[in-house]
Design a protein around this ligand. Structure first.
Ligand SMILES: [Zn+2]
Length: 148
């Protein structure tokens, strides 16, 4: 999903969200698009790992591609991509079936994209937005290093 349609969809459905999700969404909007990605970029820069960003030619348009080891990195929002066992991924009670359906589609698309990339010889890695805290930076660095 492109950033534009992503945020448009988000605004369209805004009114249907319950209060908890709405405040979560507001925080997601504040950090929209670039900020989480930037912090991962800075980790990779610190590690002197050369990357390409927003690779449109590949399935799912990976946020980051480590070209030397063919690792595609996705930075996923916990709610939209349904981070398992994450407190930010709870499905709103109102319009519950709508959300279940919509989010399931996102998950299915994510796994399809992973399979397509694997077939093309790429490995994939997901970094979740909730993992992008400054407290978590070292842990995240380790995760990236191990994956590369
Ligand atoms: Zn999460």
């Amino acid at each position: 999903m492109s950033l534009k349609s992503y945020s448009e969809t988000r605004w369209l459905v805004m009114d249907n969200l319950d209060k908890k999700t709405r405040s979560l969404n507001m925080s997601a909007i504040r950090s929209k698009g670039t900020k989480p990605e930037m912090s991962v970029r800075s980790i990779l820069r610190d590690l002197k790992i050369r990357c390409r960003y927003n690779v449109n030619k590949l399935p799912g348009k990976p946020d980051i591609l480590v070209t030397s080891t063919k690792l595609a990195i996705f930075i996923n929002g916990c709610f939209w991509h349904q981070h398992k066992n994450c407190k930010y991924a709870s499905i709103p009670k109102s319009n519950n079936s709508f959300w279940k359906n919509k989010l399931k589609k996102n998950q299915n698309r994510d796994s399809l994209v992973r399979r397509q990339l694997n077939k093309l010889g790429y490995r994939t890695m997901t970094i979740w937005e909730c993992q992008l805290t400054s407290r978590n930076k070292v842990k995240l660095e380790m995760k990236v290093v191990r994956a590369i």
